[in-house]
Design a protein around this ligand. Structure first.
Ligand code: HEC
Length: 226
């Protein structure tokens, strides 16, 4: 191989590395806390998921739980995509995404669409294959920092994008929807967590009663030795 070709190849590799160096690593995300015992929020999120996400995303590993079934999310009806659909980036299954990606990242991704040069892109995942699922509700956000500034200042999420044109619902109502959606995604990644927690006190009471009886028995046995 000629030296010039080698240099050209090296430059090409470098260019693709720089291009792939996404901005998400430089953005500080808020710490999102989700309480899945809030059943109302979880079912609200399930309904929203059914309406806006289930058309593309499956929930394969979800058990047949009432919350999902009531919202019309039946793993059997999930869409199926071949590996090369969506230019090789088919919508992945989301049943465990809250665990694999983390809630903070999901918050950023689901609120991260901004409008620039006639199309939407996502600040947490540039050139994502996923089209903005709710431009009508959210309205248009715009970037208020350049990529260079983002790299230099490590800003917080809300310092990077800002609502420019409002959508059909208020920003507050939209945030509520995303919050509910996150509740559902966290719930879906471990639907039995509340049930397990509710066993906790019963198990403790059982252990304490057992210990009491064991102690009484011990006292009874050893009384004879005194
Ligand atoms: C029109 C189809 C479509 C709809 C509707 C859609 N998505 Fe997606 N989604 C995709 C595609 C395609 C990808 C893969 C992105 C990529 O690889 O660049 C994706 C990726 C994702 C990912 C990243 C998962 C991972 O493990 O990398 C999350 C999270 C996600 N979508 C959540 C949602 C949620 C929540 C909704 C509903 C509000 C939704 N999507 C609606 C097509 C869709």
């Amino acid at each position: 191989m000629q030296t010039t070709t080698r240099i050209k190849l090296a430059l090409l590799c470098l260019a693709s590395i720089v291009a792939a160096d996404g901005l998400e690593a430089y953005i500080r995300l808020p710490k999102v806390s989700i309480d899945t015992s809030n059943a109302e929020k979880v079912s609200e999120g399930a309904a929203f998921f059914k309406e806006r996400c289930f058309t593309c995303h499956s929930m394969k590993y979800l058990r047949f739980d009432d919350v999902s079934l009531n919202a019309g999310i039946n793993p059997k009806d999930a869409p199926q995509w071949s590996k090369d659909s969506w230019k090789g980036h088919p919508p992945p299954d989301l049943s465990l995404v809250a665990i694999t990606k983390g809630v903070d990242w999901l918050y950023g991704y689901l609120k991260g669409y901004y409008f620039e040069n006639g199309s939407y892109d996502n600040i947490m995942w540039q050139n994502t294959a996923m089209p903005n699922p709710y431009p009508d509700l959210q309205g248009k956000q715009k970037l208020i920092m350049t990529p260079e500034q983002i790299r230099a200042f490590h800003p917080r999420f809300y310092q990077v994008v800002k609502l420019d044109t409002s959508g059909s619902i208020s920003a507050h109502a939209f945030n509520d929807k995303i919050d509910a959606l996150l509740h559902y995604l966290v719930y879906a990644s471990d639907p039995s967590v509340e049930e397990r927690h509710s066993f906790g006190p019963m198990v403790l009471i059982f252990m304490m009663t057992l210990s009491l009886f064991a102690f009484l028995l011990y006292r009874d046995f050893y009384r004879d030795f005194d």
